[in-house]
Every structure is written in C-alpha cells, then in structure tokens.
Design a protein around this ligand. Sequence first.
Ligand SMILES: CC(=O)SCCNC(=O)CCNC(=O)[C@H](O)C(C)(C)COP(=O)(O)OP(=O)(O)OC[C@H]1O[C@@H](n2cnc3c(N)ncnc32)[C@H](O)[C@@H]1OP(=O)(O)O
Length: 203
Amino acid sequence: MNKVIIQGGGEHARVVLDCLQAQGLQVVALFDPKYTGDLWGVPQRGAYDPAFMPEARAIVAIGNNAVRKRVVSITQHEYTNAVHPSAIISSRSSWGTGNMILHGVIIQAQAHMGNHCILNTGVRVDHDCIISDYVHIAPGTVLCGTVTVGEGTFIGAGAVVIPGRKVGAWATVGAGAVVTRDIPDYAVAVGNPARIIKYTNIS
Ligand SMILES: CC(=O)SCCNC(=O)CCNC(=O)[C@H](O)C(C)(C)COP(=O)(O)OP(=O)(O)OC[C@H]1O[C@@H](n2cnc3c(N)ncnc32)[C@H](O)[C@@H]1OP(=O)(O)O
C-alpha cells in the first residue's frame, strides 16, 4: 500500500512529489494532460486513467482550491496524505485524507483539519484551530489558537490570523495580511489590519 499517484503535474505537484519521496513512498505516476515524460524518475502519464494501478493511493496536488475540488470529484483511487518528515505535529491533532502537510509545518494540539487541504511550507497552525476541506494556506502563514477557516479558502503567504478569528468559506486573504476581525465567505481581504477589498464568486 506504499504506491501513490499524483493528480497534477505543475509546480505544486513537484513539491508534493518531493514530499512523498521524502516519506519513502513510491510515487508511480503523475497525471496531468499538460505533461508527459519523466520527472525525478516518475512517469508523467498525461490524462488521468482511473484503471491505472487501482491499489495505489492518490493525492490531488493542485494549488487552486476550486480546481482541486473538481479533480477530487473525478478521481476514483482512494486517497492518502502527504506529510513531510520535517513537520512537527501534535498527536492531539487530527485531519482527514488527501491533505498536503509540507516541509516544516507545525500543527499544535487539538487542531483539526478536513480533507484535501494544503498546509504549505512552514505554515503554523496553533492549538484548537479548525480548518475545513479544500483550504490552501500559503508558505509561512500563522494561524494563532482557535482560528476557524471555512471550506475552499486561500490564505496568502506570510499572513497572520490572530486568536479566535473566523475566516469564512471560499475567502481570500492576501499575502502578509494580519486578520484582526472575522472575514466573511467569499471576501478578499488584504493588508494590516486586513480590510475587505472585494468579493469573489467561486464555488
Ligand atoms: C509556494 C507558493 O508560492 S504558494 C502561493 C502563495 N501566493 C500568495 O501568497 C499570493 C497571495 N495573493 C495576493 O496577495 C493577491 O494580491 C490577492 C489574491 C490578495 C489579490 O489579488 P487580485 O485580486 O489580483 O488583486 P489586485 O492585484 O488587483 O490588487 C487589488 C488591490 O489590492 C492591493 N493588494 C493586493 N494584494 C495585496 C496584499 N497582499 N497586501 C496589500 N495590498 C494588496 C493592490 O495593491 C491593489 O490596490 P489598489 O487597488 O490600491 O491598486
């Protein structure tokens, strides 16, 4: 059960491949219509083939949350998690499947995360945070204790969310933002303190 396929062939997929290989897992294929050839010893097989090695586990390594959700809906393999060996993870935290917990991430006690999320390089998720499905938290971001993040939300690199704040679903927090108030669903917020500049309509 150590074989893994990756859905996606772009930059994020390469980081996830690096992570899975560091875990000692055998990545047997990358699927992405845009890529063929060999990447770090792994064949890039073009479009997804549901019949390919059905015993392999899958991970959808696509950084865009809406696209990742769509590709998850058509993937027939069972899922696994990518967890880099350098991550520091409390045994009192929990998460579902299909998640990418990348290099240098820290997850504190009683933090809980759903499925198909990305905790990118060096993200810190402190105690009692709750992260829904299809969230992407970009490199270096800090979620202080008891923060809640709704489905599909993207939090840009180096952002800070102060304790107890709620970031809604399918929201966007800009790089370097400091979130001092709750952010509603679909809002795009930037700056310190973070201010809403617009709403998006992704679902
Ligand atoms: C491994 C990896 O690389 S993972 C990927 C990590 N990527 C990131 O962290 C990127 C995060 N993205 C951002 O911060 C983007 O700027 C977004 C998503 C917040 C906004 O993007 P857009 O919707 O294209 O907004 P746009 O660029 O038009 O900017 C709108 C306004 O907000 C300002 N703005 C945009 N981003 C920020 C920001 N992070 N902080 C402060 N102000 C910002 C712009 O200067 C502009 O201001 P103006 O209207 O006065 O000129």
